[in-house]
Design a protein around this ligand. Sequence first.
Ligand SMILES: Cc1cc2nc3c(=O)[nH]c(=O)nc-3n(C[C@H](O)[C@H](O)[C@H](O)COP(=O)(O)O)c2cc1C
Length: 152
Amino acid sequence: MKALILYKSIHHKNTEKIAKAIAEELNADVYDVDKVKPDIIDNYDIIGFGSGIYFGKHHKSLFKFLDKINKTDKKAFIFSTAGMPFLKNMFHKELRNKLKSKGFEIIGEFSCKGYYTYGISKLFGGFNKNHPNDDDIKKVKEFAKNILKELR
Ligand SMILES: Cc1cc2nc3c(=O)[nH]c(=O)nc-3n(C[C@H](O)[C@H](O)[C@H](O)COP(=O)(O)O)c2cc1C
């Protein structure tokens, strides 16, 4: 089973930390989605897609990448960091639908808090300070272990 992780992390590199933690657990290759060509997915069995949540959805680079790929029947999972990760189901909707429209089977979704200093929050030193923290990393590693179980 070969796993690939494609991510975009533009604000505080919060999602990059999550992407790398999952990669460690899955023994996956991990890349910034803007640095790879669409046919990279041909070489893998499962692909994880993630970014911070910006204005209610994942980063546009993930959508642009998916626009360029052919239909597939591969497995995928979704991850994110966000100011309000309890809204995961809503925030993931657009990427979930995009992946389904390309034929992916989605086998898991994860979100955790990410530090942000956008807009007015800057005045208070930002929100979700120090997230993702050790506990978030522990949780995402559990998530990755469950993905592995799913594949067996
Ligand atoms: C421009 C901008 C828009 C954001 N919009 C949302 C949002 O709609 N909902 C939310 O929960 N968090 C929002 N956030 C917080 C980010 O999702 C959070 O900081 C995330 O961890 C950033 O990930 P990154 O460091 O990997 O880029 C926003 C942050 C920025 C900078």
